[in-house]
Design a protein around this ligand. Structure first.
Ligand code: ATP
Ligand code: MG
Length: 222
């Protein structure tokens, strides 16, 4: 069964003269363990699609199914549960809090969970080690490199143990080599069982994924 399925999904922003049809009749099945890339020109609808796949935004038309169940049937609480426990996001500019240490940034998503601080610490240390940033815990994001900041953001995404990781141009602010290393890391995380969807402008980055969506004027070509 697909973990996420979109059926005839459309997304329209604004009204009247300002109306933009950002997605048109999208049909996609994302299976558990898939690694997808989303490519397409600027303004073609990539982020819109990613936000809908991540339950951050609702379609204007069509149906979104998570684990076979239409989100229309979820209560508000169930929907935020889906978002908070099954899905994590990684962004182009990392979205780290600069006043917090690396360690505190990573454990941030656990703050609303009932968990002892030693459990949080153990989890953070596990993912910091996996991502090769175990020596950076006390530093502030501004004191580490872009590639390291993105690893921190990935550790923060992994710490809730989501099924799906969505990344909007995660390598966009990194040089080519660091970007490719980061994609290798995402590939390893994918092999360990996570479903991953990455928006990118870069052909080489897209090739690390095993499935591809090309989007143009809101129309998806799979
Ligand atoms: N919140 C919004 N309100 C109105 N229009 C929007 C909004 N977000 C996106 N759009 C419009 O929807 C279309 C798709 O935008 P989207 O951000 O999904 O493109 P994108 O492919 O991610 O582009 P980029 O590569 O530049 O990030 C664009 O025409 C954009 O102007
Ligand atoms: Mg975008």
């Amino acid at each position: 069964m697909a973990i996420i399925e979109l059926r005839n999904v459309g997304k329209t922003y604004g009204k009247g003269e300002c109306e933009t049809e950002a997605l048109k009749n999208v049909n996609i099945k994302i299976d558990e363990g898939d690694f997808w890339s989303i490519m397409g020109p600027s303004g073609s609808g990539k982020s819109t699609l990613l936000n809908i796949l991540g339950c951050m935004d609702k379609p204007s038309e069509g149906e979104y199914l998570f684990n076979g169940k239409s989100i229309e049937k979820y209560s508000v609480d169930e929907l935020s549960y889906v978002r908070n426990t099954h899905i994590s996001f990684v962004f182009q500019h990392f979205a780290l809090l600069n006043d917090y240490s690396v360690f505190d940034n990573i454990i941030l998503p656990l703050n609303c969970k009932k968990m002892t601080s030693s459990d949080k610490k153990n989890k953070a240390e596990y993912y910091m080690k996996q991502l090769g940033i175990e020596s950076l815990g006390k530093k502030k994001p501004s004191q580490i490199s872009g590639g390291q900041q993105q690893r921190v953001a990935i550790a923060r995404a992994l710490i809730t143990e989501p099924d799906v990781i969505l990344a909007d141009e995660p390598t966009g602010a990194l040089d080519q080599k660091t970007g490719e290393e980061l994609m290798k890391l995402l590939k390893e995380i994918n092999i360990q069982g996570k479903t991953i969807i990455v928006v990118t402008h870069d052909e080489k980055i897209a090739n690390v994924a095993s499935k591809r969506i090309y989007i143009e004027d809101g129309i998806c070509h799979i």
